[in-house]
Design a binder for this molecule. Structure first.
Ligand SMILES: C[C@H](O)[C@H](O)[C@H]1CNC2=NC(N)=NC(=O)C2=N1
Length: 91
C-alpha cells in the first residue's frame, strides 16, 4: 500500500509515526458527540476502532492497526468514512 498516495486522497489526515491523525471541530458539543456516535457505528462495522480524544466540540482522532504493527487499508477506509460523517455534520 502506498501510504503517501492514500494521504493525498485524505488531505485532512496527517501521518505521525505509525498513526494517521485528524482533528474535527463540530459546531457544538452535542454535535461532536453525535459525530462520535456515528463513528462508533462504522468502527464496529469494520471491527476497527479509532482512538478519540473529546475536548468540548473538538475531536482528535488517531488510527493505526495495532494488530499489524502499522497502517493498513482499514485505517484509510475508516478515515474516509469519518470524513463523510464530519462533512455531514458541518464539522
Ligand atoms: C481482536 C480485534 O479484532 C482487534 O483488537 C482489533 C479491534 N479494533 C482495532 N482497531 C484498530 N484501530 N486497530 C486494531 O489493530 C484493532 N484490532
Amino acid at each position: 500500500m502506498d501510504v503517501e498516495q492514500k494521504l493525498r486522497e485524505l488531505p485532512d489526515w496527517r501521518r505521525e509515526g505509525d498513526e494517521i491523525r485528524r482533528t474535527i471541530t463540530a459546531p457544538d458539543f452535542p454535535t461532536a458527540i453525535r459525530v462520535v456516535d456515528e463513528i462508533a457505528v462504522e468502527a464496529e462495522a469494520l471491527n476497527h476502532h479509532p482512538d478519540i480524544d473529546i475536548r468540548w466540540r473538538t475531536l482528535h482522532l488517531a488510527l493505526t492497526t495495532h494488530d499489524r504493527g502499522g497502517l493498513t487499508e482499514l485505517d484509510f477506509t475508516l478515515a474516509a468514512r469519518i470524513d463523510a460523517i464530519a462533512a455531514k455534520h458541518g464539522a
